[in-house]
Ligand binder design. Structure first.
Ligand SMILES: [Zn+2]
Length: 145
């Protein structure tokens, strides 16, 4: 799994495919030239990598290739957010989420859903979250004793 992660540049390509699949490298390149100022060769390299990583499917249609996604956007977003949280001590994850929420414009509906989720979580929440870090990567354990 680790080696097949989508980089932030590749993510730009995936977004075009998710929104327009199946699509051509020409179309992906047009969008990313506008947004990122990338040359077609750059986009083609990224598409090639994504095919190798098995994130994109290739379909030959006449003289051109059509690309479609092999992984769903939803799934990939979930994987990404998990990864972000896994980089942080379990005790600090609440603060990361707090910051994310503070930095995000949320609709009333979003907020109501979050409130509901938090109410549910509150029922079974521990008083203190236990640190699960490897010693040497975190100071939590020392601070707690
Ligand atoms: Zn820790």
């Amino acid at each position: 799994m680790q080696e097949s992660q989508i980089t932030s540049s590749e993510w730009e390509v995936m977004r075009v495919v998710w929104a327009n699949q199946p699509t051509t490298s020409k179309y992906i390149s047009e969008i990313l030239t506008q947004k990122m100022d990338w040359k077609p060769a750059t986009t083609k390299t990224l598409i090639g990598r994504l095919v190798k990583k098995n994130k994109l499917n290739t379909l030959e249609e006449g003289r051109k290739y059509l690309y479609s996604a092999n992984v769903s956007e939803q799934e990939s977003i979930q994987e990404n957010s998990k990864e972000v949280l896994q980089q942080v001590c379990t005790k600090k994850r609440g603060a990361v989420l707090y910051q994310m929420i503070e930095d995000t414009t949320l609709s009333i509906e979003d907020i109501e859903r979050l409130e509901e989720l938090l109410q549910t979580k509150k029922k079974t929440a521990p008083k203190v979250v236990a640190c699960q870090c490897v010693p040497g990567q975190c100071n939590c354990q020392q601070e707690c004793h």
